[in-house]
Ligand binder design. Sequence first.
Ligand code: ATR
Length: 278
Amino acid sequence: MFTFGLAGFPVGHSLSPWIHEQLMEQTGVEGKYHLFEITPEDFDEQIDQIKKQQLDGFNVTVPYKEKIIPYLDGIDASAEQLGAVNTVKRTSDGWIGYNTDGTGFLHSLQARFPDLFHQKINVLLLGSGGAARGIFAALMDQAEVKVDVANRTISRAEAMITETGGDHAARAVTIEEAEQAAGGYDLIIQTTTVGMSPNDDTSIMPLQNIKEGTVVSDIVYRPVMTSFLKEAEEKGARLHFGHEMLLQQAVYAFQIWTDLHPEAHPLLEKFERKLKGE
Ligand code: ATR
């Protein structure tokens, strides 16, 4: 019997309980997944309370992915590099933090497009927030790529590249420059919050210049089909959806906690139907 949870604020609409119940069912284990809504004023006290419970591990979401670190007994290399933790495991050495966001993204993309990284590709990464950072680091670690990072605040893009050790393979550009150069990218990754429900009809950048066959990914998963992805599809792009990343990062968290290896793929369609409210 496993017990997991999610610490964040707010967490009421989280899809994590549903996902982890599916993963438990797939692997044939029993368990529970609790939601811990922690108000910022009570963070200290509530984290202490959580750690006293019979938990095997818990996820951490906004706004606590950085704040949790001093409360842990150790963090692995990926979380250390990012300065952010989304998964915590109880071990004999205490509470250890991990970050599965970047690898979750990259591996869900590779699952859909196995040949994508077989040659050196040009990537456009839109955004420089927490989500972009994890994806950028995973790209730098695992793939032979040249990356343009475009962000509304270009100084944040520059800082992200330098702090994540990506100067050799990446440069910061404005969103306007990226739009002009869009025909030169093989992979475009949208990591900003633009286009997220209820602002479904907004998009970070027009895609009229992209070439056919470009892989376009949006990590926004509400709605499943963002305006950005809709335009990409109209231009003949191949699409990668936000819920594919969400599912894969949860699979890796589950793997860290249980040493079991569930698969994301068999759940994708069911998850998409759930997100669409069908
Ligand atoms: P997360 O951790 O979810 O990535 P974040 O750290 O708040 O969230 O980052 C949000 C990203 O969306 C940033 O790249 C942000 O751009 P800035 O760095 O310029 O703030 C981007 N973003 C949010 N709202 C935006 C908007 N209206 N137009 C353009 N970019 C926006």
